[in-house]
Design a protein around this ligand. Structure first.
Ligand code: HEC
Length: 252
């Protein structure tokens, strides 16, 4: 690199005050935005697997659905199991595992529901599913296959554009940082973009193969660490950076 390029690019302490103030404001709002993004991720994914907190299992369920079958099956094996004898719950489960025809429903399933369930599930309470007819029961017999392709397309393009924009701005700010090793500085700038790519690709791949759920989890963590690192270094150097006496401080 020629000396002109080296000396023409300012470090944080050489920036005009207006730019320092602008960068500080951007960092503050980005930081707040990131915190809300984390809360959002938690709200959407925590506890899908029945355990508190966000785990790889929660992520896998979100993208590929739950293997435990339909809500109706989970309910009669779980919280509603005391409402009916085992033989009747076996009848319902075997219907769920066939083609779930309306004919078989009316003949075998509806009578069970009417005796055991509709005292509560008659539609009068909007918070619990209505089990009085085939049409109504359908809402609890859809197999959970995770997020739909349409939704994935939408959130993929929003995240790719949105996150690339955020990290482009973060990287531009961070480019004024004094980092002794140029390769390290470049790696820190590259990492979040690699993480965005891995993250979004793994959403799709998790639908096909479960283990990619781990990559979603890891790339999310990598993005967070990159963000925190660039944020802290930039904020610190913006206001407190002084060139150590024994160094020639230029942007490498
Ligand atoms: C005494 C009242 C009562 C009876 C009888 C009853 N349930 Fe429920 N059921 C509830 C309540 C209350 C909820 C909501 C709270 C919960 O999810 O535990 C619920 C929730 C459900 C859900 C939704 C679970 C979910 O995924 O949110 C299903 C499905 C269900 N019941 C099926 C049945 C079936 C099938 C029967 C009959 C074998 C039955 N219930 C009998 C009160 C009842």
């Amino acid at each position: 690199m020629n000396s002109y390029a080296q000396y023409s690019y300012p470090l944080f302490n050489q920036l005009p005050a207006s730019l320092k103030v602008l960068y500080t404001m951007v960092l503050l709002i980005f930081g707040l935005g990131y915190i809300f993004a984390m809360v959002q991720v938690y709200e959407v994914h925590a506890g899908r697997d029945g355990k508190p907190g966000v785990s790889v299992q929660d992520i896998q369920i979100a993208y590929r659905g739950s293997n435990s079958g339909t809500r109706l099956e989970s309910a009669i094996n779980g919280p509603m199991s005391s409402m009916l004898p085992a033989s009747e719950s076996a009848t319902i489960v075997s219907w769920l595992h066939t083609d779930m025809s309306e004919e078989a429903f009316n003949k075998e399933i509806l009578p069970i529901l009417e005796t055991r369930c509709t005292a509560c599930h008659d539609g009068s309470n909007p918070h619990i599913p209505n089990l009085t007819s085939f049409e109504n029961v359908k809402t609890v017999t859809v197999v959970d296959t995770g997020v739909s392709v349409g939704t994935l397309v939408r959130v993929s393009h929003i995240h790719l554009f949105g996150l690339a924009f955020i990290f482009a701005f973060m990287g531009l700010i961070f480019s004024h940082a004094y980092v002794r090793r140029i390769w390290l500085k470049n790696v820190i700038i590259i990492l979040p973009f690699a993480a965005i790519f891995l993250d979004v690709m793994s959403w799709w791949l998790t639908k096909v193969a479960e283990p990619f759920g781990y990559i979603i989890f890891a790339s999310g963590a990598l993005m967070g660490v990159s963000f925190a690192f660039q944020w802290c270094v930039s904020m610190y150097q913006l206001w407190f950076f002084k060139c150590p006496d024994d160094e020639v401080c230029v942007v490498p």
